[in-house]
Design a protein around this ligand. Sequence first.
Ligand SMILES: [Zn+2]
Length: 415
Amino acid sequence: MDDLREQVELLESSANLSTSISDVQKAIDQLTAARAKIAAGAQTALTLAKLQDPFKKTLDAAQKDLKPIYSGLNKYGKVLDRKFKDKPLPSAENDALSSHPSLINRAIAMHLLREGQFSVASTFIAEANRRPPHPEPTANTPNPYLKESWERDLAEGTFNSEKLQRQFADMYHILHELRNERNLEPAIQWAKERSDELEARGSNLEFELCRLQYVRLFVDRRDDDDYMDERPDGPLHAYQYAVQEFGVFSKRYAHEVQELMCALAYWQNIEQSPYRRIFYNDSGWEEVAHSFNREFCSLLGLSADSPLFIAATAGAIALPYLLKMQSIMKEKRTEWTTQDELPVEIPLPTPYHFHSIFVCPVSKEQTTDANPPMMMPCGHVIASESLAKLSKGARFKCPYCPNESHPRDAKKVVL
Ligand SMILES: [Zn+2]
């Protein structure tokens, strides 16, 4: 990486176009000066003859000054090639995308919408509608679209995206007010209207927003730094706000509300009080904005992060492993047989772990929808296929403890 940095510095410092640009500018100046002279009545032949020599020199200088740029670019290219070695792209054998172009378009459109790129999204959707994509058959999907009307419905459903776009526009408006204007009102309004839904989901958003509003009022010092030391206007506003709004929270958030009210006793030195962490929490606004974003998306039935972004990032992490595996398989002439499971572990970061997985202790296979984990009455869990093999339909002994049971008493475990 140091090599690369060195070359970039070289390009920035000496091997750049600035001298060449001034050479060319000089040539232009010479030409315009000559034209002006001729226009003013000077002898054309004489002026041109006089121009010839200095003009040629200027052009030669421009050529000469380009040399270090070429060599700089050349070296930079070589360092780039050394650093990022040429790797083969994944082959078409594992192409799972060509057979679902409208789903891909949907993912792109959704990504743009949820990133707030509304005009780009509408251009994209209009173009995708004008030239509908044609699914290409792949090894795994020889007849794309044949049975998949749900896919068409899903894809076309998104493209009637005006409603979705309005919803996301609302979201961005509220987020903008929160982050940039420090205005909690629109977010509180939104959360109040959906209070029941949020509570049913176990969300703390409404309370978090109101608590932040209380904190904001409490520490509001106007312009004068000493203002609060003399008159507790901020804490009084906060108190009035609490009396008005905290009634609904008194049961579920009794402890938190008590803390907020007790903090009033420290209004003069809240910074030294045990409640400092509530009132001087720098990341408080960002946390609330993030929490709002997440709840807003989940009420729409969407995840807080764009699935396209997550898929592309996870894919970029996984690709080197898969390429390596592919080359090993080619060398050893083996096939990757398991359809629903990757043959190698991909070390994804924790936020990218969405589902727990279960590996059957008997067969050592990861369980799937078709072969789910089953719990026997003794509490031990094995995969459904292992259960069938061990029991052969009759009473059998658990492979991990002395208990015996019948396969029909085993319960499916949902992770
Ligand atoms: Zn057991």
